[in-house]
Write a protein that binds this ligand. Structure first.
Ligand code: T1G
Length: 689
């Protein structure tokens, strides 16, 4: 018995048949792998010398799921269901040997085996909901039978994997093994045969299928998943496991899967899955470029952003030093970090010993020289050019030659900052989003002289910090804030023309954003933008009027909305409405009723138009990069795929015409369709083409 095909090998170890798949990088269950597995199982079944079967994977992980690139293509037999049926029909013990991330269809395949063993670092999960799907190979029927409906529901609706230890306690994993996994699996299989252990399939275990508490759990899990189809389908499928016979539940699961996989939401989420991975690749970066190792980090500034960035390093296990000008400010910053960690512990999101370990990785100094050994320094001081230039001049003097020097500026010219150093090739922007320890997006700003090595180091660091790195060029506001500025202009205009903050925010949250622009500005603080506008000699009449009245948003209890003490719920306020109406009448504007559709259109289309300019200028390399930025940094609903993906679905010709209409009506030339958008629309193409 030799290799079955290029992806699957079958060998004998005495009376144990070992089927090993090898489809790098993540052993996705593509057609060839499925065919090889089916063939291997057939051989093992028919060979009377075989007493048990081990299924294992080579490389860095057990099967990480179905091959997502095959979705939407004509199905090819054998299906994953066929392979799973072959496992369940096997009259000999089948042992799954898990390492890395056994996810989706890979975990479902393991759930069909009689036994599962794993190495301590293994993780198992059903993340299909993150692709706008549900587990489609029996996971919604088998997992509840092993861990109970509530735990299964939590794993399936969140899509979050669990570790081997928790899976062992939960009854998913039969044994955790150290050392050579396949050898341990063979040994385990031998013991099963020797002890004549009963072969009980998961599908036949109903004892844990108790429905009590299911409804509450379902409600609690979906509270924040408004607008998405997949979570509701997940709940329906798991509920079926409680109320229907196994095969009926399986049939319904397949129907739900079929509906979702062909749906717009899953297509959009699969787009984001691949766009996120593409975004980490720099088109013109030479293959041979290597990132530098990062063993020690440093952050300049112990403010809210500085503290959050330091937490990212500590959370990733990288020692980090915070530099602040004075002891008091430093201690205040360190106390804020500790308080954040305590909040996570009190919410059960972190255990106390892990908190201590992370806090232990963060130190504070007031002397620059103390960070001379850092491999990366992130400057997070006040958003003022002179202040930043002084910091970089100091860094240039003390930092080691190979250090990556990064600025966390959200608006300023990275090239101008780099020019105060003798090593602009080592300077880049690392634009974290607030709160830095929570938000996953990291805009990496590539300066005119930033080297490929510095870029590769920044991207690798971003992934290590658990961020989604996207590389952008230098311009005012980079990609995200530059597009957001278009929305802010339209928000102001809509409020002047007839809308109220609650109407604007309702239209935007109905589109799928977690928060509307007015509530978001209240959260960020209206005074931040006010100070920047004053510095640039710009105006936002309504927002300026609110700030002049001392209304800075949540921090003053009033902004576009009123906030009760201790509450973040935005409440309409007659005084704010009066300020808005007065501003309109002062400008001689006759206010008119504005529909939700018009509001939504004017919130979205000008941003897409700016996205087209950004692509045309090469500030973003791909439309997918812009989509990833908006999904991970600005709350764009993932099931709408991001602004550029959404634009292609809506049709660029339609967008061109709507923008032209608004440009004519408002006489604002910035609303005029951007050249790239107009060209693609005229040619009947999309941004993706
Ligand atoms: N199919 C196809 N390609 C995949 C893939 C998959 N399932 N998973 C990863 N890749 C590619 C990815 O695009 C990248 O390609 C490379 O592998 C490395 O990935 C019936 C329906 C496993 C945790 O959702 O979460 O099973 O960019 O950069 O950071 O119920 O990949 O190099 O060309 O992400 O080490 C369910 C998806 C599928 C897991 C590894 N499974 N993958 O992370 O590497 S649906 C998933 C991941 C399903 C069944 C249903 C991660 C990872 P390239 P990477 P990583």
């Amino acid at each position: 018995m030799g290799s079955i095909n290029a992806s699957v090998d079958l060998r004998r170890d005495g009376e144990i048949a070992v089927i090993t798949a090898d489809n790098p990088p993540v052993n996705a269950l593509k057609h060839e792998v499925r065919a090889g597995l089916a063939e291997g199982l057939k051989h093992a079944r028919e060979d009377t010398g075989v007493k048990a079967v081990v299924i294992a994977c080579a490389g860095r992980t057990f099967f990480a799921g179905a091959d997502i690139t095959e979705f939407g293509k004509p199905p090819r037999a054998p299906s994953l269901h066929d392979v799973i049926a072959a496992i369940e029909a096997m009259p000999k013990p089948v042992v799954a040997a898990l390492h890395g991330t056994a996810l989706g269809g890979g975990f479902e395949l393991a759930l069909a085996c009689h036994f599962r063993i794993a190495v301590p670092a293994a993780r198992v999960g059903l993340p299909e909901v993150k692709l706008g799907l549900l587990p489609g190979a029996g996971g919604t029927q088998r997992l509840p039978r092993l861990v109970g409906p509530e735990k299964a529901l939590e794993m399936i609706v969140t899509g979050e994997p669990i570790g081997a230890a928790e899976a062992r306690v939960g009854g998913i994993i039969d044994e955790i093994v150290e050392g050579d996994l396949t050898a341990a699996a063979i040994d385990f299989a031998r013991r099963v045969v020797r002890e004549g252990r009963p072969l009980r399939l998961v599908r036949d275990r109903d004892e844990k299928l108790i429905g009590e508490g299911f409804a509450d759990a379902a409600e609690a899990l979906t509270r924040r998943l408004r607008g998405r189809d997949a979570p509701a389908a997940c709940i329906e499928a798991v509920r079926n496991a409680i109320v229907l016979p196994f095969d009926e539940g399986l049939k319904r699961e397949a129907e739900l899967f079929g509906r979702l996989v062909g749906g717009d939401q899953s297509k959009a989420q699969r787009h984001i899955f691949f766009a996120e991975r593409e975004a980490a690749k720099i088109p013109d970066m030479p293959e041979a470029t290597r990132s530098r190792p990062i063993a020690q980090g440093a952050v300049i500034g112990a403010g809210t952003m500085g503290g959050g960035i330091a937490m990212c390093f500590a959370n990733a296990g990288i020692p980090v030093t915070i530099v602040e000008t004075g002891r008091d400010l430093l201690q205040k910053g360190l106390d804020r970090v500790a308080a954040n960690y305590h909040t996570s512990v009190s919410r059960g999101g972190l255990d106390a010993s892990e908190m201590e370990r992370r806090i232990g990785l963060i130190s504070g100094v007031t002397e620059f020289d103390a960070i001379a050994g850092a491999d990366v320094v992130v400057e997070a001081v006040f958003e003022e050019m002179d202040v930043k230039k002084r910091v970089f001049a100091d860094l240039d003097r003390i930092a080691k030659p190979s250090a990556l020097l990064a600025t966390n500026t959200s608006t300023l010219d990275v090239n101008e900052i780099a020019r105060v150093t003798a090593r602009p090739q080592e300077v880049a922007g690392l634009h974290f989003f607030s709160p830095a320890n929570v938000m996953r997006l990291l805009e990496i700003v590539r300066g005119a002289q930033t080297s490929f090595e510095a870029l590769a180091t920044a991207i690798a660091l971003g992934r290590r910090l658990g961020k989604v790195p996207v590389t952008v060029g230098v311009c005012y506001g980079f990609v995200g804030n530059r597009m957001l500025a278009r929305r802010s202009v339209e928000t102001e205009r809509l409020l002047l023309e007839g809308a109220l903050p609650q109407q604007v925010d309702t239209a935007v949250t109905a589109f799928g954003f977690p928060m509307g622009p007015c509530a978001m500005m209240d959260l960020a603080g209206l005074d931040v933008g006010w100070r920047i506008r004053k510095g640039r000699g710009e105006q936002a009449l309504i927002e300026d009027a609110l700030c002049e009245a001392g209304h800075y948003g949540q921090k003053t209890g009033k902004g576009y909305f009123r906030y009760e003490a201790g509450s973040r719920a935005p409440l309409p306020d007659p005084e704010i409405e009066r300020v808005i109406l007065e501003t309109s009448s002062r400008l001689g504007i006759n206010r008119r009723p504005i529909t939700e559709d018009e509001i939504a259109e004017r919130m979205i289309l000008p941003m897409i138009n700016e996205g087209a300019r950004i692509l045309d200028e090469g500030i973003a390399s791909r439309p997918g990069d812009i989509d990833v930025i908006w999904v991970y940094g600005y709350g764009w609903p993932v099931w709408r795929g991001g602004p550029m993906y959404f634009a292609d679905r809506l049709g660029l010709a339609h967008i061109r015409d709507r923008l032209a209409f608004y440009a004519d009506r408002s006489r604002d030339e910035t609303l005029r369709p951007a050249p790239l958008l107009r060209k693609l629309a005229d040619e009947g193409r999309g941004f993706a083409s």
